[in-house]
Design a protein around this ligand. Sequence first.
Ligand code: PRP
Length: 229
Amino acid sequence: MGKLTHRFKEKFAEKRTKFSSTILSMRGAKRVPKQPKSRSVVRAGLRSGESVRVLIPHARVSARLRQLAREIRRDFPKDRLHLIGVLKGCVFFLADLARELGGEVSFDFMAVSSYGKGTASTGEVKLIKDLDVSIEGKTIIVVEDILDTGLTLKYLLRLFEQRKPKDLRVVVLLDKVDRRIVDVRADYIGFTIPNEFVVGYGLDFDERYRNLGDVCVLQFDSRATEKSE
Ligand code: PRP
């Protein structure tokens, strides 16, 4: 006695499901479709003689980026953050970071070119595109994909300091510490990486591979190079 029959249980379950769906639609909630499993490597135009090895999978980049955004927001909880991206490698990093930061965020871009990159002798940096708006009195976060010799960042920081921002900080996704030739540091660092040629997530080789989701090491097949010579 008092036991629900099987049929009654079924009916009861059916009603409860209908009731839940009504509540969901009343609140304007939509059922979220099943998400496809994320792929670790998106193929991006590999040429013969070149191959890529994943160094930092996209999921790890995203997770670290969320932490960086939290660290930055903790330091400036109420400020409007004015992000300055250094083209072109910064584009995905800046776009993803801006969406994680929350609060008031604005951004602007610079373009520079460096001559004799990688050699200690020159280190001349040329301004290709300046900022659109003044940074005076603003909380500035310079967003760089990679810190290598440090020449670009040194040049930019000197330039920005003269423009009297309220605060000036630097966030880099990748820091190749072994390659540094000038004394410059980032305030927030995604990953410290070894001295290897990295591409993907904005970083290029001859303008290619920027569209890889993962940060990868680009490898050259020496036999293919020899054949083509
Ligand atoms: C990269 C990067 C930095 C710079 C760092 O830019 O975005 O701006 O190199 O190197 P450094 O520490 O030796 O000065 P790159 O010149 O590759 O241009 P890109 O962003 O357009 O790819």
